[in-house]
Design a binder for this molecule. Structure first.
Ligand code: CTP
Length: 409
């Protein structure tokens, strides 16, 4: 159980923060809500107290004997501000301490992550840009808002991300606080990343398909990690058990053929291509146009043909300077065996990096956690274990190392 302070500033998106409290508490975290006085115009103290199970204060004058303006910031594992308004960003950037939340921002020694939400004009205003840049320079993780419909008729960047994605970022920073540095520095800014996720489905007839157990979580984690670190991300999503992150562009596909087409369309303009999808290796030679009927007592023999190897095709046609990452799902007898199988697969596919995981006994598929060995042509680059979101950051780290080692050389 971690201690989280959720700062809420006075914007209409404050109502979405109720869901953030819920989700963090569902994950077992202790959440204290610290609204600004203006936030209470949108959602009242009673709601925050009931949802968090803690009393709520906005100023530094209540309970002064416990010195809350210093103690709360010192004794928390994460400070999360959602929504952060233009005014809150300005006060934080100026180092003001005129209410409890800004006092906490000055005393916290843990990662601080802010999710701005405001009208597009305010987000794009030079003053806000400068405040965001100042905060990021100081190591505060300021997550770009989503684009989409805002309150009223306008639309553009300024929406608060989905509470599921806010929780995912919070949990990543709780699990690996050091990632706050990379996220604040946005070390992937300027890079276009295309990542595939989920399992493809090959139609047998109008109602049946061949598929696999891929949940899409690894690809979603990579998309989220790359986005958090400033990349422009497109997620090519086959069937997944989870919703894609709210702030990435999504291209939906069904079969391996569709996936190949989408990847071949998007890859030429990408700096980094990551094939986390589990494409079906076989497809029906001739999918039946009518539903296949069962014939009493008889089984069914399917005539299957191999699908395109998307990764190998992309690697063979890669433009100069592009990094291509593949995955290897292996049923290995040992770590050495896993690396040997991965090394052969890396050479066969022509990728720059291969993320190898052992799937013996159905491990990994659908699990929240994973353990991987990342290899390149020279051998093991990194080994990591943890939630798929945290492992996704290690994959991104390996991509950055690969780009300095091979691409720029
Ligand atoms: N892959 C692909 N196209 C396919 C099959 C797999 O692009 N038709 C990609 C996967 O997205 C993954 C990598 O290739 O990045 C390795 O997938 P894996 O299933 O481990 O390997 P296969 O090529 O299917 O080889 P095998 O099943 O023989 O181990």
């Amino acid at each position: 159980m971690a201690r989280v302070i959720l700062g809420v500033a006075g914007g209409i998106a404050a109502y979405k923060a109720c869901e953030v409290v819920r989700r963090l508490r569902d994950s077992g975290h202790d959440v204290r809500v610290v609204p600004t006085a203006n936030a209470l115009n949108f959602v009242g103290a009673t709601t925050w107290e009931a949802l968090s199970g803690h009393p709520v204060a906005t100023d530094v004058w209540s309970g002064a004997a416990e010195v809350p303006h210093v103690r709360l910031g010192q004794q928390t594992d994460l400070v999360l501000v959602a929504p952060a308004t233009a005014d809150l960003l300005a006060r934080a950037a100026a180092g003001r301490a005129d209410d409890l939340l800004t006092n906490i921002l000055l005393t916290a020694r843990c990662p601080v992550v802010m999710f701005p939400a405001m009208h597009t004009e305010m987000w794009l205003h030079a003053a806000t840009r400068a405040n965001v840049a100042t905060l990021r320079e100081r190591g505060v993780v300021v997550v770009d808002p989503d684009s989409g419909r805002l309150t009223g008729a306008d639309s553009g960047p300024g929406r608060l991300p989905d509470p599921v994605d806010i929780r995912a970022v919070a949990e990543t920073l709780l699990e690996r606080p050091a990632l706050a540095g990379a996220a604040a520095a946005r070390d992937l800014a300027g890079l276009r990343v295309v990542v595939s996720a989920g399992g493809t489905q090959e139609p047998l007839d109008p109602v049946r398909f061949l598929g696999n157990h891929s949940s899409g979580l690894m690809g979603i984690g990579i998309a989220r990690a790359a986005r958090l670190r400033g990349a422009e991300v497109t997620l090519v999503a086959a069937r997944m058990d989870h919703e894609p992150p709210s702030d990435v562009e999504v291209r939906r596909v069904v079969s391996t053929g569709d996936l190949a087409e989408a990847m071949q369309d998007l890859a030429p303009a990408a700096d980094v291509v990551i094939m986390a999808a589990a494409p079906a290796d076989f497809t029906a030679a001739r999918p039946a146009e009518q539903k296949i009927k069962k014939d009493d007592q008889k089984g069914l023999t399917l005539d299957l043909v191999q699908t395109t190897d998307v990764l190998a095709t992309l690697a063979a046609a890669r433009p100069a300077g592009q990094t291509i990452v593949g995955f290897a799902a292996e049923t290995a007898k040992s770590r050495a065996d896993l690396v040997a199988l991965g090394t052969a697969k890396l050479a066969r596919k022509g990728a720059d990096l291969l993320v190898c995981n052992d799937v013996s006994g159905g491990k990994v598929f659908g699990d929240a956690d994973t353990a991987v060995v990342i290899i390149d042509r020279a051998g093991i680059v990194a080994e990591c274990a943890g939630s798929k979101d945290v492992v996704a950051h290690s994959i991104v780290d390996a991509v950055l190392v690969d780009r300095t080692r091979y691409v720029r050389a």
